[in-house]
Design a protein. Structure first.
Length: 319
């Protein structure tokens, strides 16, 4: 039985990926800092071995890579690698010992778009700490795969959504109030003309992409893939669609960026700026061609499922 170690497997994507791995016949070991329940319950978790490792502490001690290697994995899936040094420690410990190493990246390896949809061949122009760090990891893993034969694949999700947490909303931040306002026909404000874009993906579709990379190993190794829904959304179109779910017409007031920012809490304004400055719109043609990735959810379908969960939790009010 193939041993699959997943680092950070009880998060958004792992909630769906771990059961898929179990059902595919993998012996799954989930490595996390502390025991926590997945976002959605599933009987497959009863077959998963749980290993507790404080990654930050272990990396500081220089032992994290060796601890992962000691689990004798055939496959390692790293969902929570955020620095080049973290990636280097794992690669050095696992080189020659694993069949496949899969890294969860981000579409924020791309900065502002030039031609859309953006492909994986587009030169990287990241900005911000997160995107810049993830781009450095991508460059390192690609080089290790192509120059030194380390069997890595990188999967770059968009804005991950699903039942259990608040999705990125039409104002470009995460306050669920925006969904309540749209459901009730109340006014929301959008920066500029609302034509910036966001690109969601359902967590289960991200899980699907990891499974497809495992199933198409020869095509996947040494490559990076976008993992998003078939199409991005404009903020305006997104707001109009959400209002329509509740039989309402979106009541939108458009404001110049500086005026809009001044009326928002600082954290929400920063989140919106990060999203609209990127305005991602990514192609999945490569993943479709080489991995046979076929997302089940459009952006709106994925968000709808998440919003319905928020309504059941009384987090979003429809009246």
């Amino acid at each position: 039985m193939t041993r699959a170690v997943i680092i950070g497997g009880s998060g958004h994507v792992g909630t769906y990926l771990v059961p898929r791995l179990v059902h595919a016949g993998y012996q799954v070991i989930n490595v996390s800092r502390r025991q926590r329940a997945p976002y959605q319950p599933h009987g497959a978790w009863q077959q998963v071995e749980q290993v507790t490792i404080d990654r930050t502490a272990a990396e500081s001690a220089g032992t994290f890579g060796d601890q992962i290697a000691a689990l004798q994995p055939d496959v390692v899936i790293d969902m929570i690698c955020f620095t080049l040094e973290s990636a280097q420690q794992l690669v050095e410990a696992l080189h020659g010992k694993v069949q496949h190493f899969l890294h969860c990246g981000t579409i924020w390896i791309h900065g502002p778009s030039v031609e859309v949809p953006t492909t994986e061949m587009t030169p990287r122009r990241p900005f911000g700490d997160y995107g810049t760090r993830k781009t450095a990891i991508e460059a390192y893993l690609l080089d290790e795969a192509r120059r030194n034969g380390f069997p890595s694949t990188q999967l770059h999700p968009g804005h991950i959504v699903g039942p259990g947490w608040a999705p990125l909303n039409p104002e470009g931040h995460f306050n669920p109030r925006v969904f309540s306002d749209l459901a009730q026909g109340l006014e929301i404000t959008l920066p500029n003309l609302g034509m910036e874009t966001v690109h969601h993906v359902h967590a289960d579709d991200v899980a699907q992409s990891f499974m497809q990379a495992l199933a198409n190993r020869s095509q996947a190794i040494g490559e990076s893939f976008h993992v998003v829904s078939p199409a991005a959304l404009t903020l305006r179109g997104y707001a109009e669609a959400v209002a329509g779910w509740f039989g309402k017409r979106a009541n939108i007031r458009y404001l110049p960026w500086e005026e809009w920012r001044a009326g928002q809490p600082a954290d929400q304004a920063q989140a919106t700026w990060d999203h609209i400055a990127h305005s991602p719109n990514c192609s999945i043609a490569k993943a479709q061609r080489l991995l046979h990735y076929q997302p089940r959810y459009s952006s709106l379908q994925a968000v709808y499922e998440a919003v319905q969960w928020l309504i059941m939790q009384d987090t979003v009010a429809t009246e």
